[in-house]
Design a protein around this ligand. Structure first.
Ligand SMILES: Cc1cc2nc3c(=O)[nH]c(=O)nc-3n(C[C@H](O)[C@H](O)[C@H](O)COP(=O)(O)OP(=O)(O)OC[C@H]3O[C@@H](n4cnc5c(N)ncnc54)[C@H](O)[C@@H]3O)c2cc1C
Length: 263
């Protein structure tokens, strides 16, 4: 069938992107910037689901965005986690890992109060199975904001094992101020260490978990696949309870937001 005769896929209907401005900037750790966006359009933003995602748009100088034309080209964007949303005040917190050169990382490093941002979404999100009471959360620093949302969504009294990989001791910070948890911290220094190799080892060391345990695993894409393959090899593992997501890919810019490791 030629392209002209191919059936048209229905265009995905997205909520219109919202204009916002930077209201607050906090340096949480040397490598993590928490930026709060606000503005009247954010009153109609959410609510985001746990570990859902948003798009931040970075129009080049001179590009008019958002555009009234729905067919207009979109500017470069990056995927982030809507870590905290205050619907009453239209405030949205986003936590940026300052990983070095990158459109979003550079923007966050240089952000100033009053800077403008256009935000798309929210979309996606994780819902724990209703009967689950045992969880393992595995995250690198880019996935810690989402892991914090997941933690806050779990049933009270659930057994939760949390393993996080960060650069070094200075990057340790609670996943959630509201829900305390014991976290196994892994430090990837020296800085050129293979990303998330320590997460892989920690999961291997942890070994199989009781039947019914839910796994939430999000980190660098290649490492996520290696961890997934390891966990999938456990006897009697229920794959539907293993949620995996690649948040970025070593050596690759603007990793897609739908890398659920299904290949
Ligand atoms: C659903 C989802 C939610 C996410 N939420 C967050 C979040 O809340 N906070 C957050 O900080 N990130 C989050 N990320 C990851 C973020 O989208 C990527 O890190 C993104 O690549 C950053 O864009 P950039 O413009 O700074 O770098 P890019 O231009 O995309 O990449 C430039 C270079 O930096 C490398 N790189 C990218 N990210 C990292 C990293 N984290 N560590 C080391 N090297 C990196 C790339 O491999 C590339 O070589 C999320 C990703 C997804 C899919």
């Amino acid at each position: 069938m030629d392209a002209a005769a191919a059936p048209q896929k229905p265009r995905k209907k997205r909520p219109p992107p919202k204009s916002a401005r930077v209201e607050r900037i906090e340096r949480v750790t040397p490598g993590l910037m928490r930026i709060t966006f606000g503005g009247p359009e954010l009153l109609a933003f959410g609510p985001p689901k746990p570990a859902g995602h948003i798009k931040l748009f970075f129009p080049p100088d001179g590009m008019v965005w958002p555009s009234a034309d729905p067919e207009a080209a979109r500017p470069p964007s990056r995927t982030y986690t809507p870590r905290r949303y205050d619907a009453a005040r239209g405030l949205l917190e986003v936590e940026f890992v300052l990983h070095g050169e990158g459109l979003a990382s550079n923007w966050a490093t240089n952000a100033r109060i009053g800077d403008l941002m256009t935000i798309g979404g929210p979309g996606g999100g994780y819902t724990a199975p209703a009967d689950a009471d045992s969880f393992v959360i595995v995250a690198d620093d880019s996935a810690m904001p989402a892991a914090g949302m997941v933690l806050e969504s779990l049933p009270a009294g659930a057994s939760v094992t949390v393993i996080c990989e960060v650069t070094d001791k200075l990057e340790e910070h609670p996943l959630s101020p509201a829900v305390p948890c014991q976290t196994q911290w892994l430090h990837r220094n020296p800085a050129n260490a293979v990303p998330c190799a320590l997460l892989e080892k920690a999961v291997r060391d942890l070994g199989p978990q009781p039947a019914g345990t839910c796994w939430w695993i999000a980190c660098e894409s290649g490492a996520m696949r290696r961890i997934r393959d390891h966990v999938f090899a456990y006897p009697d593992i229920d794959r539907s309870r293993v949620h995996t997501r690649g948040y970025w890919k070593s050596g690759s810019s603007n990793h897609p937001d739908h890398d659920y490791g299904l290949d």
